[in-house]
Design a protein. Structure first.
Length: 205
């Protein structure tokens, strides 16, 4: 079994607490108690509580970039994927290993974005703009190949991005309130399927 060091334990505890109650409502003392160390021990690994949040958001950004479909990947997959397979890659589902962290980090980002510029930038530039650009590139390439009907890909990529973001926020809201995550996750998956179906048919409704 892989050994988890103290810094990782502190990080994991902070992710859990911040995602449940919000950054401001959690104290370093609570994090220390959960890990089983003194409060002073935390400062050997993190300068302060803000440094923990910064590291959480930095890892979230890094993982988001990994899941974002790049232009080079679109150019590669368009040769091997069916139209549906390529479009479904734009949904960017997390792996089973990453899902626990990404779900919690997403909650943190959503709860803190009004007071934290890094979280706000992640929403605007990473989750929204970069995702929309990636989807639009995939749509344009499929349209060039005649594999989907012609339509306004700029509008549709923004619609797709906003629909996924809204669905994810609803999922997060359910989770924060303690509602069964399966309810909204199933709805999110259904929304993504409708988006793919619309792109394949060219009927944007």
């Amino acid at each position: 079994m892989q050994r988890i060091d103290t810094k990782e334990k502190i990080f994991n505890a902070a992710v859990e607490f911040f995602s449940q109650r919000g950054y401001l409502a959690v104290s370093m003392r609570e994090i220390a108690a959960a890990v089983g160390v003194t409060e002073g021990a935390i400062y050997r690994h993190f300068e302060n509580k803000q440094a923990i949040l910064d590291e959480i958001l930095a890892l979230f950004k890094q993982k988001l970039e990994f899941y974002l479909l790049t232009k080079a990947q679109v150019d590669k997959f368009i040769e091997t994927d069916t139209t549906r397979e390529l479009l479904e890659r734009c949904i960017g589902r997390f792996t089973e290993e990453d899902t626990p962290f990404m779900t919690r980090a997403y909650r943190i980002m959503y709860m803190e974005h009004l007071t934290n510029k890094t979280a706000m930038d992640l929403i605007i530039f990473q989750l929204h703009d970069a995702t929309a650009e990636s989807i639009r590139y995939a749509l344009d390439k499929l349209m060039e190949c005649g594999r989907i009907p012609s339509f306004d890909t700029k509008f549709y990529s923004l619609l797709w991005t906003q629909s996924m973001f809204s669905g994810a926020v609803k999922w997060i809201s359910h989770s924060i309130r303690g509602c069964p995550e399966g309810i909204s996750s199933e709805e999110y998956i259904a929304t993504c399927k409708r988006l793919v179906d619309m792109a394949m048919s060219g009927k944007i409704t």
